[in-house]
Ligand binder design. Sequence first.
Ligand SMILES: NC(=O)c1ccc[n+]([C@@H]2O[C@H](COP(=O)([O-])OP(=O)(O)OC[C@H]3O[C@@H](n4cnc5c(N)ncnc54)[C@H](O)[C@@H]3O)[C@@H](O)[C@H]2O)c1
Length: 324
Amino acid sequence: MKLKVALIGIGGMGKNHFNIYKGFEDIDFVAACDIRQSRLDLASAECPHMHFYTNYAEMLEREQPDIVDICTPTYLHAEHAIAAMQAGAHVICEKPMALSSQETSMVIAQAQKTGKTFMAAHVVRFMQAYAYLAEAIKTKKHGKLLKLSLRRISATPTWSWENWFLDKQKSGHVLLDLMIHDIDFMQSVLGEPEEIVGAHYELQNHTNFASAIYLYDHCSVSIESGWFKSNPKFTADYFAFFEEGYISLNDGNVVECGEPVVLAEKDAIQSMGINISHADGYASECRYFIDCIKAGKSPDFITPESSAASVALVEKTIEKLAKL
Ligand SMILES: NC(=O)c1ccc[n+]([C@@H]2O[C@H](COP(=O)([O-])OP(=O)(O)OC[C@H]3O[C@@H](n4cnc5c(N)ncnc54)[C@H](O)[C@@H]3O)[C@@H](O)[C@H]2O)c1
C-alpha cells in the first residue's frame, strides 16, 4: 500500500512541495488544501484526480492521510502540525518548526503523545554544498574549523499571502525566517555556542539586517542575514577557514583549497546516511522523510529537538543583539 500524502498551504513554498510530490511515484498524493480558491484552481488544473479543500480539518477527517506536509505561514505551523498528528498523520513541516519555543514544546509533546513522527524541513542541511561542508567539519579533513562565515541576503519579501512575512508576530521577521537557515546549519554541526554578540538593524522601510558572531570553544561563526528593500539578488554563501585549508561557496560554486568541487549526488547521500534520489535540497528533504516513514525509522538527520534548539537559538540571538 502506498503512503497517502496531503499538503496544507499551496503558496510559494507549498507549490514547490506540490510539484515534488507530483513526481514521486511511490506515494499516493491524495489531497491539498489552501484557503485561497485561486491556489486550489492552479493545482487542480495540474492534478485533476486529487481532492482539494479550503478547510484543513475537513481534509484531515475525510482523507485520513499517512503524511501531512505543512507549508502554511509560520504562525500556523504549530496549530496545523498538532491537528495533523491528532488526526493520525506523520508531519513534515516547513522551517521554522514554529513561532516560539513555547510552540515547539507543544509540537514535541503532541508527537510524543500520539507516537507520530514530526520533522521540520531545514532545506539547507540537505543542500549538497552545505552537506559537503558539514562533512568536512565533522571529519576534520583540513584540521579543525577555525572560522566560518555564513551569509544570506534577500529582497524584503513582499510577495506572501496578505504580506504575513512583514508582520513580526506572524513570521518572526528576518531572524526567525531567514537567518534560521544558517543558525540551524551551525547548530546542527557545531551545537550550542558559548557566547553571542552582534547587532540587529530594523529600519522602518522593512530593510531588516542582523549580523551575529557565535563563539565556540575552538572556533567562531559569523552569520549575516538581511532583507533589503533595495531588492538585491538572492545570495547564500559561506567561507570556512580550517587549520590546513578552506572551503567556500560563492555564486553556487564550491571551492576547496583553490580547486572547484564537483558535487555529485552521492556526496549528499553519504552524509545523510539514507537513500536520497534527488540532488535538489527541497526534493531531498521530502524524499528523506517519506523513506524514513516507509522504513518505520525516525528521521535522525533532523530531530524535532534539534529544530526546537534552532528556534531557541534564534530567540537567544534576538536577546543578545544590540538593536540599531
Ligand atoms: N525552506 C525555504 O527555503 C523556504 C522558503 C520560503 C518559505 N519557507 C517557509 O514556508 C512557509 C510558507 O511560506 P510561503 O513563502 O509559501 O508563504 P505564502 O504566503 O506564499 O504561502 C502560504 C499559503 O498558505 C495559505 N494559507 C494560509 N492560511 C491557511 C490555512 N489556515 N489553511 C490552508 N492554507 C492556508 C495561503 O493562502 C498561502 O497560499 C513559511 O513557514 C516560510 O518560512 C521556506
